[in-house]
Design a protein around this ligand. Structure first.
Ligand code: NOJ
Length: 757
């Protein structure tokens, strides 16, 4: 009994003091000793003086005075070594304890060298490449004074109506986890004190990608088993990779806003996952808990702190109410000390406590930003992100000798090439497709015509243009634009039409219920097809689109997302065949919005539809088949790959052992190409309804024409685990089927059995 009491007391001490398994840092403890309650609360305050893009209706005021008073722990929206030095000086030279600031930024897909949007990058299935882009982003951002990044965004989403699918890695927890890890490693590398690395933030914890109706900021409701198996793994992967901070999401979970959700921020993140960094809110998400119905500003601020939130972004609820809450006994000073300690520890990890000006080297921007190598990487990354959806009559690649009609509202556009959420990039540096075509095929005959507006709907255009003109509606009539384009098309050998979404038609607060190509452009495409000329569509979008009509047309379709600063060159590389496309979709594309959510890993039902044909009393629709228009993992090449000799080297797997599933892949075409070889399993009998298929491994290989390679995937019990109804991570014995191919829509090839010892 005595021992029991002692250990309870010890645990209480651990809980109250926030003592983690990690060691205390003397420099941080010494600072905390000296700090007043107000100064500790000041560390929990994150402000933006403006200058960047505000993603809420509030921008901070009197930032300078607040920094001097020691009321600010970090700022964002400020860059350049000079401005960052000034900001640090305000803190270091004027505040009582001279504690430097965290300097945050949204470096989502590159800093000044803008890479393809994240959904595009994920389509490369190339983790080394993704890591490299994050490394370059960190090098450029730190050269410009940034030490803390609000990326990676790892929210799984199966809903293309939600505009922020553009910022993530798609629908799959396994692939999403690999991407999360690669990005954290790229930003942070192995040492955060190095001047070329910055602290990463995994966001948005949690489930932000599953809002009801695909409407941004909407509520989320999901079972624990679905969370653990299908949505949480990428956040956990980032934590396991050592991510320095975590950002909470705007949505609620089990009815409690994530920003004030103790189960999420303490029980799961800290206790179950062992996270030892700090947690920051999203933009005013503490204050937004008032609208969620959680009380007044003092209530929600106390609730968030007690739940495990350490830093309050922009809303200043912590700054203005926490002291009062301490005085009233609603929060303890220890809870505030714990949060302040985590912020100071982050500053220590970055080496800021020793050298506040380490990211203020004025010589670096010139040397490190937008270098030739960085732009080359951006071009390469873009080519790797493109997905050849369909190649009717091999219209692609186009011969450099052909007479080309380059048509479409995005064919000679600069303002949409970077894609959404590239606030640090400069769209004026991006290469339009027309320019890229001329660069790559200088002797070819290319005639350009706009052909259509992105949309003719002025009210819609206004909503898309909040950050500047992305949709420009021509003074010329739609008919005039169309007739000009048709004339150009008729006089050409081949038509390349660059069509799709403006960059801000996806991204934050850009949900759509109609995810087709806008009607103005659909009309253009129909008319171009009627000319009888070979037509290739170069499609741009930040999300999967409903292109059912276009897939039925005799056209080729190359999906290029929003490709980044080297857009035009990269598109020309692939259209002219200098680079063979190899991207694969990381989100299923629906036949229509009514099919959403449609994703490859859906769990089994009791009335499965055995075929694509409608059958009464089976789970299917009267009007469309169950399968998506284009499945996860899909993507063609200018060459062909043949899979053979697919086998497992054993019929049984014992815990502690491994077996190998292998396949021979042969390039049967005439040019070299890359293929993403994918391995899926299906757990035939288990205590929770299993996914029909689950990706457990993949490898991207290069094959010369005629070449064959054998790809081997070792499988261990770890690959077969899932969270059961007690949320234990287990593999249950029994039969597992396996599927191998270049798409999730691949055939079952065999099975093996997991046996107990
Ligand atoms: C709101 C967004 O949800 C988040 O992703 C971003 O990091 C912050 N704004 C800061 O800009």
């Amino acid at each position: 009994m005595k021992n029991f009491n002692l250990s309870v007391a010890f645990l209480l001490f651990l809980g109250l003091s926030g003592l983690q398994a990690q060691e205390r840092i003397p420099q941080v403890e010494a600072l905390l000793e000296k700090m007043t309650l107000e100064e500790k609360i000041g560390q929990l305050n994150l402000l933006t003086p403006g200058g960047g893009i505000a993603t809420g209706s509030v921008v901070s005021e009197d930032v300078e005075a607040k920094i001097k008073a020691g009321n600010v722990g970090g700022i964002f929206g400020v860059s350049s070594p000079e401005r960052v030095r000034q900001a640090q000086e305000l803190a270091v030279k004027n505040s009582r304890l001279g504690i430097p600031l965290l300097i945050g930024s949204d470096v989502i897909h590159g800093y000044k060298t803008t890479f393809p949007i994240p959904l595009g990058l994920s389509s490369s299935w190339d983790m080394e490449l993704i890591k490299e882009t994050a490394k370059v982003a960190a090098k450029e951002a730190t050269a410009d004074g940034i030490n803390w990044n609000f990326s990676p965004m790892v929210d799984i989403s199966r809903d293309p109506r939600w505009g922020r699918v553009a910022e993530g890695a798609g629908e799959d927890a396994y692939l999403g986890s690999q991407v999360a890890r690669a990005m954290v490693q790229g930003y942070q590398q192995d040492d955060l004190t190095k001047p070329h690395t910055m602290m990463a933030t995994v966001k948005h914890l949690a489930l932000y990608g599953a809002p009801e109706g695909g409407r941004d900021y909407n509520r989320v409701d999901m079972s624990r088993t679905k969370m653990f198996n299908e949505y949480l793994p990428p956040y956990k992967a980032a934590v396991d990779a050592g991510v320095g901070s975590v950002m909470t999401s705007f949505n609620d979970i089990d009815g409690v806003p994530a920003t004030g959700n103790k189960w999420l921020l303490t029980d799961l993140l800290r206790e179950r996952w062992g996270f030892d960094g700090f947690v920051v809110s999203d933009y005013t998400s503490v204050n937004e808990m008032i609208a969620h119905g959680m009380g007044d500003l003092q209530d929600v601020s106390a609730m968030a702190l007690k739940a495990g939130l350490d830093m309050d972004m922009v809303g200043e609820g912590f700054l203005t109410t926490l002291k009062k809450s301490v005085e009233e006994g609603r929060v303890s000073e220890e809870e505030i000390t714990t949060a302040a300690r985590r912020i100071l520890e982050a500053k220590h990890k970055l080496g800021l406590l020793d050298d506040p000006y380490k990211y203020s080297d004025t010589g670096r921007p010139e040397k490190d930003i937008l270098t030739k190598e960085n732009r080359e990487l951006a071009r390469h990354a873009a080519t790797q992100s493109f997905v050849l959806l369909k190649d009717h009559n091999q219209v692609l690649p186009v011969s450099k000798k052909a007479k080309i009609a380059l048509i479409g509202p995005l064919a000679n556009d600069q303002s949409n090439m970077l894609g959404t959420w590239a606030p640090t990039g400069d769209f004026k540096l991006s290469v339009p497709v027309l320019e890229g075509f001329k660069n790559i095929a200088p002797n070819s005959r290319i005639t350009y015509a706009k052909g259509a507006n992105i949309t003719n709907d002025t009210a819609f255009a206004k909503k898309v243009n909040v950050f500047g003109p992305k949709v420009e509606i021509s003074d010329r009539s739609p008919d005039e634009l169309l007739q000009e384009a048709l004339k150009v098309a008729r006089a050409s050998d081949v038509v390349v039409a660059v069509v799709g979404e403006a960059s801000e038609m996806s991204g934050e607060a850009a949900s759509r219920t109609n995810i087709q190509i806008p009607e103005s452009q659909k009309r253009l495409i129909r008319e171009l097809v009627k000319t009888g000329k070979p037509v290739a569509l170069v499609l741009m979008s930040g999300r999967p689109l409903d292109i059912s009509e276009e897939m039925d047309m005799p056209v080729s379709i190359l999906q290029t997302w929003h490709p980044g600063v080297e857009a035009g060159n990269a598109i020309a590389d692939v259209v002219f065949g200098d680079v063979n496309p190899s991207g694969k979709l990381t989100m299923s594309w629906p036949r229509n919005v009514g099919q959403i959510p449609v994703y490859y890993g859906e769990r089994t039902t009791g009335r499965p539809a055995p075929t694509e044909e409608f059958q009464k009393f089976k789970t299917n629709y009267l009007d469309v088949p169950n399968s998506p228009l284009l499945p996860f993992g899909h993507g063609l090449s200018y060459t062909n790959f043949q899979y053979s000799e697919i086998k497992a080297n054993s019929e049984t797997l014992r815990r502690g052992d491994s077996l190998v599933i292998s396949t021979k892949v042969t390039n049967t075409g005439k040019i070299a190409g890359q293929e993403v070889v994918q391995l899926y399993i299906h757990d035939k009998v288990r205590s929770l309804t299993p996914p029909k298929k689950q990706l457990i491994a993949f490898e991207k290989i290069n094959l010369k024409p005629g070449e064959s390679k054998t790809v081997e995937f070792p499988v261990t019990v770890e690959d077969l685990k899932f969270y059961n109804s007690q949320l234990e991570y287990v593999a249950e014995p029994g039969e597992f089927e396996f599927f191998v191919g270049g798409t999730s829509d691949c055939e079952m090839q065999g099975s093996f059995t997991l046996v107990e010892e």
